[in-house]
Design a protein around this ligand. Structure first.
Ligand SMILES: [Zn+2]
Length: 167
C-alpha cells in the first residue's frame, strides 16, 4: 500500500498548503518547517488573553482562545486562503485537531456542551459550496466528544469581515 502511495506521489505529489514544497511520507497537509513556523498564540491556558479582552464590555463570556496569530501575507493567511477559497478542507481538520488537543488538555475549558459555528450567509454558502468551518468543527467534535451543531445559528444578513490579528 505504501508502494502505491509512493508511485502516486511521483505523479501527483502532495504539496504543503503553506509553502508549496513537496510533502514527505510522514507529513500531512503542511510540512514540518511550516508546522514549526506557524505563529501559535498559546492563548488556551492564558487568562485575559487578547481574544477575551476583545469581548470586554461587549458580551459576557467565560473563556476564549484562538490558535494562531494572523499576519498579513504570513503563513496563517496562506492557510486560511487555501481553506476558504480553494476547498482545501483538510486544513480545517488540521486546525481542528490542533486546537481540539489544546482545549482537551486545558483546565480552562471543561464542561463544554456544544460546538456552534457562525454560519455562512445562504448566498455565500451556495456560491462557495461549503462552509470553511465545517471540517474544523467536526474535527473538534471528534477530539472533544461534544456535538457540533451547524443548525443552531442562522445568518439572516450579510456582514462585512472585520480583520483581526488572530484566528
Ligand atoms: Zn511548508
Amino acid at each position: 500500500m505504501i508502494f502505491i502511495k509512493d508511485i502516486l506521489n511521483v505523479f501527483f505529489p502532495d504539496i504543503c498548503a503553506c509553502c508549496n514544497t513537496h510533502l514527505t511520507r510522514n507529513e500531512e497537509t503542511i510540512c514540518l518547517v511550516c508546522r514549526h513556523d506557524l505563529p501559535l498564540t498559546n492563548f488556551t491556558n492564558e487568562e485575559n488573553n487578547l481574544v477575551e479582552k476583545s469581548f470586554f464590555g461587549r458580551i459576557k463570556i467565560e473563556n476564549a482562545t484562538s490558535l494562531f496569530y494572523f499576519l498579513k501575507k504570513g503563513k496563517t493567511q496562506q492557510l486560511l486562503h487555501e481553506l476558504k477559497y480553494k476547498n482545501q478542507q483538510q486544513i480545517g481538520a488540521l486546525m481542528g485537531n490542533w486546537l481540539g488537543s489544546e482545549i482537551k488538555e486545558s483546565k480552562r475549558f471543561k464542561n463544554l456542551d456544544y460546538i456552534i459555528p457562525v454560519p455562512l450567509h445562504p448566498k455565500k454558502l451556495k456560491s462557495r459550496g461549503y462552509n470553511q468551518v465545517t471540517t474544523f468543527g467536526k474535527s473538534l467534535e471528534n477530539i472533544l466528544k461534544i456535538p457540533f451543531d451547524e443548525g443552531f445559528l442562522k445568518k439572516i444578513s450579510s456582514t462585512k469581515h472585520k480583520p483581526k490579528n488572530y484566528v
